[in-house]
Design a protein around this ligand. Sequence first.
Ligand code: KVW
Length: 833
Amino acid sequence: MTNMPVKPLAKSQPAESITDLPPLGLSPKDIKVDYKRHFNYTLGRDRHCKSAHYAYTSLALTVRDRLMERWKNTRYTVDESRCKQAYYLSMEFLLGRALGNAMLNLGITDSVTEGLYDLGIYLEELIEIEPDAGLGNGGLGRLAACFLDSCASLQLPVMGYGLRYEYGMFRQLIENGFQVEEPDHWLRNGNAWELERPELTVRVRFGGRTEKVTTDGGRTRVRWVDTHDILAVPFDMPVPGFKNDTVNTLRLWKSTATDEFDLDEFNEGDYPEAVAAKNKAEQISLVLYPNDASENGKELRLRQQYFLASASLQDVLRRWVWTRGHDFSQFAEQNCFQLNDTHPSIAVAELMRLLMDEHGLEWDEAWSITSRTMAYTNHTLLPEALEKWPVRLFEQLLPRILEIIYEINARFLAEVDQRWPGDMDRLARMSLIEEGGEKQVRMAYLAIVGSFSVNGVAALHSKLLREGLFRDFYELWPHKFNNKTNGITPRRWLAWSNPGLSELITNTIGEGWVTDTTQLQQLAPLAGDSQFQQRWQKIRQHNKQRLIDFVAEETGVVLPSNFMLDVQVKRIHEYKRQLLNALHVVHLYDRIKRGDIENWTPRAVIIGGKAAPGYQMAKKIIKLINNIAQVVNSDSATEGLLRLVFLPNYRVSAMEVICAGTDLSEQISTAGKEASGTGNMKFMMNGALTIGTLDGANIEILEEVGEDHFFLFGLTAEQVEQTRQNYHPESFIEGDEDFRRVMELLKNGHFNRFEPGIFDDVIGSIESPFDPWMTAADFRSYIEAQKKAAAMYRDQPRWVQSSILNTAMSGRFSSDRTIAEYNRDIWKLTPQG
Ligand code: KVW
């Protein structure tokens, strides 16, 4: 670590006063002065510079300055109080843009707008310059970002730990209807929101072998030797709370090569090769794996996971030793790690290793600490998403960790055998190691065994975990299991993304709702008030126009402003059933073509989302949507009645525009498959109505808002499993004239005139008795629910009433509520006021 800037001053004695600074002002004038200072001095630009980038960066630095003092003070407060802390370990933090959020939470948006306006600069334009921090795939990564916002807003001492991917989620282009991926080098123009902390670099080991050594005291210890080491350099990002002077930290690790690693080979005379070998080390944090809810089993991914777990745990243990010395007896009382799915679950074994091999604890003591410190959140029941790593990979990459996993397993299975003597089936079912075929480590089981808390992310999901996937473990340890229904931050997803509605709400009920969304209920009595409805309607129409403009910019398709905007945005996956949505559009198109357009509700169906690059079926579904759109939109019969658009490159900053302008939110997954969903909550909070199945958090949304304000359809999770036994899609198709016609259009190549056969597999999946998503089974009830939605939309006062009620009853889906529950039941932290 020779080049790290850690050498202390020798002769100089910096005065205490070097950190005494007057707090920076928040007035328009103060903002203006600092903006000019950064533009001219920090960035060294002059009046010839018209670059948007430098304008944006000047403002970002100006706003960041205002976070710095608060950030430091938050750190001091937590250090001095010696309070318990929690750490959110996640491979993904889908942060989106930081500037607007920082201004909102500092309460300086108006001031900045005014200060910039004096300089002839429009804030809206600078906002758009910032690239999204796309360090996540979808719901799971965005949830982590919402949680950080809520922790800071609740003043909880929680730190996020993640990876600083050089390349985030790929940019999606659509060429000839096909998805094309482009790398997202989001750091290309620098990142004003991160602070490198090279002095806190830690070393992470890979490879090598283990050996037993006997210490002077006669105890056996294990040493992990001949390793290939990689350095983890932390980059800190500020996480401001809402108007409370708290600024928490998200620490993201970047991988770099050690110097001696190069030196070894240099001594053999291969200097350029040695330096080039740095590449391998730097690879670890190079790129985000773009797979949502499906495992990929690649060695580099396991390296990433261990790198995150090890660097983060070492960082926490080092702070512990600095402040408390080598006594770990209170460690579990003072620290908690929340594992965001199994991705960081190797932390269970790594904490054991660090406590035993690096800090000299015995197994029992280390295990007591570990299993009282770790808490695990499961996000899916889909078997293809359950992580399993080949034992062989562990042997090569993490031999010491594998030994520890084996030991955890041996002791665990002994416990199972005590409880159910001689039940060999159960032992095989519950073992951390899956036998038969290539031996694999079941990461979810490691997480359960090593944690004191296991939670699902919506009521139905948690129930299915207890009764299905984790049944054996629930029988053994019922007390570990709990539910934490997901939530979203109302700061980004209402206050920021929907300034019009926010202002109306604040003028009506005061601004308390921003930190206590249950107050939105006070809008409910106004839902039937025609004056209030008109104001609500006017703002929503304005938001719709913003979305229409956005769609026009991104796709060239201009949607009429009287259309119902019917939106499904989320990752493309068969279980989410974008295909069912497409079938409905084909049905509407068919109705138009046969002249069945009495009492028609003009509608634009907008579908957006990325497919994992290796997921062929999902990519085919994108192509199908684009082809249907092409046919529908260019047929003059649909004019004024129907449009379909595929919105490319769906991302956080796009959702900020989309959720505010949507009328109808599509949440149509096969029941039992979507663990929670969080997009559903964003739409609801912004006053969209939902058409949805009894799946994930939809069930709880329906409970809150009531059946009259939600378009429910489809089989229940239970019915899905029953129907599956004896599923005959052709009977649904043949018995339904509308469905039959839709399938006929697809099959006769109406949407692929010059691309014969390309949709055969997609069509085949609908007709297959083994279709796991049972699209055909829900077709009729979906069409009927869509009819009801269309009818209600024609009665605008009725629709607007439901819209108001959706916002009013959305309070439960604030991530503040979710985080308060995590804290009450799992973390037990004291807010740091
Ligand atoms: C691997 C996921 C990235 C890489 C999930 S389940 C598994 C993953 C796997 C992501 N993501 C989603 O988590 C959301 C947050 O809890 C849920 O709302 C959503 O239902 C689930 O699919």
